[in-house]
Design a protein around this ligand. Structure first.
Ligand code: ATP
Ligand code: MG
Length: 292
């Protein structure tokens, strides 16, 4: 598959030399257009379905895919397209909005841990605990509203959150949950274009939210927060992928290539049937064939 290289091209697994500005949101590698990439995307989706079937049957590994991005970068569309071929029984999507009163009664990892994928399953987080080092960092008033004791909210708090996330993800990896994290990297110009479409096209009006325009004012702060987040939480076992997002079709191609490569890197196999079980299957077949 030609997409194999894509799975590596945008992968970050350590903070060494990571700069967001080195990544072009409009990059499309060797693909010229949506049509040009269509066959590859379909092949990836097909392959993903085969691998997911084995993941489910084997029931050992869990896969967690985390999506983070600025508004209108295409998280929802990427999730919808990439997962279009998988069996819904073994795949769950969770979207995380501002935390509720109950959730604020707990530590910042609590609410997402309730929704981690079980073995054999693929879990998708549309936003995640990473919001706690993004929106919460860009907006000090949100932090003030969280109930962490003031004395614990010093300057070193962000470093500490990065460390806690790194330890949490290492713990998950050690137990068999494979984590892949996607930052859909859209340009400010393309975001503006998509917001205008939401305002002008009736079937996209519902997607528009006035607060999205407000967040745009904090663009630079967000880019800085994303850069630090990726640099501090990328690891070999839980890498980040900085996915070019100005062309939605390319985003989908990269994400599906990563999911396929990840599943292929696991020792997936259908469970072996033991002798006793085989005899049971043969006996059942005989009974079925003997009766009308
Ligand atoms: P859409 O693409 O439909 O706009 P969305 O993911 O942006 O999807 P929204 O309901 O628009 O969904 O936004 C969810 C909001 O919740 C975001 O602004 C996000 O920053 C915010 N949010 C998520 N987690 C937290 C958190 N832990 N603390 C504060 N705000 C959060
Ligand atoms: Mg939104």
């Amino acid at each position: 598959m030609k997409t194999r290289k894509l799975a590596h091209a945008f992968r970050i697994e350590s903070e060494k030399h990571f700069r967001l500005k080195d990544f072009d949101p409009a990059h499309t590698a060797n693909w010229r257009s949506k049509e040009h990439a269509e066959d590859e995307l379909q092949q990836s989706i097909q392959r993903m379905a085969e691998l997911q079937d084995m993941l489910y049957a084997q029931d050992r590994w869990a896969l967690l895919l985390i999506f983070q991005a600025m508004d209108a970068a295409g998280k929802d569309g990427a999730i919808k397209h990439v997962m279009s071929g998988v069996n819904p029984q073994g795949c769950q999507v969770y979207s995380f909005k501002a935390p509720s009163e109950v959730e604020l009664q707990h530590d910042f990892l609590w609410r997402t841990t309730r929704d981690l994928p079980e073995r054999g399953h693929i879990g998708i987080f549309n936003r995640s605990y990473y919001e706690e080092v993004l929106v919460v960092r860009v907006h000090p008033e949100i932090l003030a509203n969280e109930k962490t004791p003031k004395s614990l909210c010093g300057k070193e708090m962000w470093e500490e959150r990065f460390e806690d996330i790194r330890c949490f993800e290492r713990h998950m990896a050690r137990g068999g949950t494979v984590i892949r994290k996607f930052f859909l990297h859209v340009s400010k110009k393309e975001q503006k274009k998509r917001f205008l479409e939401r305002l002008e096209e009736p079937e996209k009006n519902w997607k528009f939210s006035a607060s999205d325009i407000h967040e745009r004012k904090h663009w630079d702060d967000y880019q800085k927060a994303y850069e630090e987040m990726i640099a501090n939480t990328a690891s070999e076992h839980s890498p980040w992928y900085v996915v070019p997002a100005d062309n939605k079709w390319f985003t989908r191609l990269v994400v599906s290539a990563v999911v396929v490569a990840t599943l292929e890197s696991l020792d997936l196999a259908y469970p072996k049937v033991e002798d006793a079980k085989r005899r049971e299957l043969e006996a059942a077949k005989k009974v079925l064939l003997a009766k009308k």
